[in-house]
Design a protein around this ligand. Structure first.
Ligand code: CA2
Length: 149
């Protein structure tokens, strides 16, 4: 069984492709999942891709990643800017965590400029739309390969 990357998506990302195409593009979350599945397969990983509108459910999934998970990629959406609970759960992990945002949060409203996820992430990718998720998978593979060699 290949090592598993867990990709977590926060609130409202299930609505992608239906509203605000100028900010988030016209891709749906299902499109993003397909791209991630391909990138993960190419890099030799299994991929578990999830979305929730509930902060508690996201915290539970992060806790599950303490076992049998090689890395977490997370777009916590609005919870990035508000959730100490997600920050605390992520900091318990001793695997790579990569934060992704579709939009460049630093070009947007001031309340999006701070993320509680960033301090507990190995790195942050924002502003590249759906391709950011593929870049995050490549970054995880590079981190694991560097560690192994
Ligand atoms: O750019 C990102 O990926 C964000 O994480 C998206 C969040 C936003 O709160 C963050 O500041 C940046 C919002 C996700 C909402 O998704 C929508 C989907 C369709 C229509 C409207 C919003």
């Amino acid at each position: 069984m290949p090592p598993k990357i867990l990709v977590l998506n926060g609130p409202n990302l299930n609505a992608l492709g239906r509203r605000e195409p100028a900010v988030y593009g016209s891709v749906t979350l299902a499109d993003i999942e397909s791209g991630c599945q391909k990138a993960a397969r190419d890099a030799g990983y299994a991929l578990d891709f999830r979305q929730s509108n509930s902060e508690g459910e996201l915290v539970g999934w992060i806790q599950e990643a303490m076992e049998n998970t090689a890395a977490v990629i997370i777009n916590a959406a609005a919870y990035s800017h508000t959730s100490v609970a997600i920050h605390d759960a992520l900091r318990l992990l001793d695997i790579p965590v990569v934060e992704v945002h579709l939009s460049n949060i630093y070009q947007r409203e001031a309340f999006r400029h701070h993320s509680h996820v960033s301090a507990v992430a190995q790195g942050v990718i924002c502003g590249f739309g759906a391709h950011g998720y593929v870049l995050a998978i490549e970054a995880v593979a590079r981190l694991h390969n560097t560690k192994a060699s």
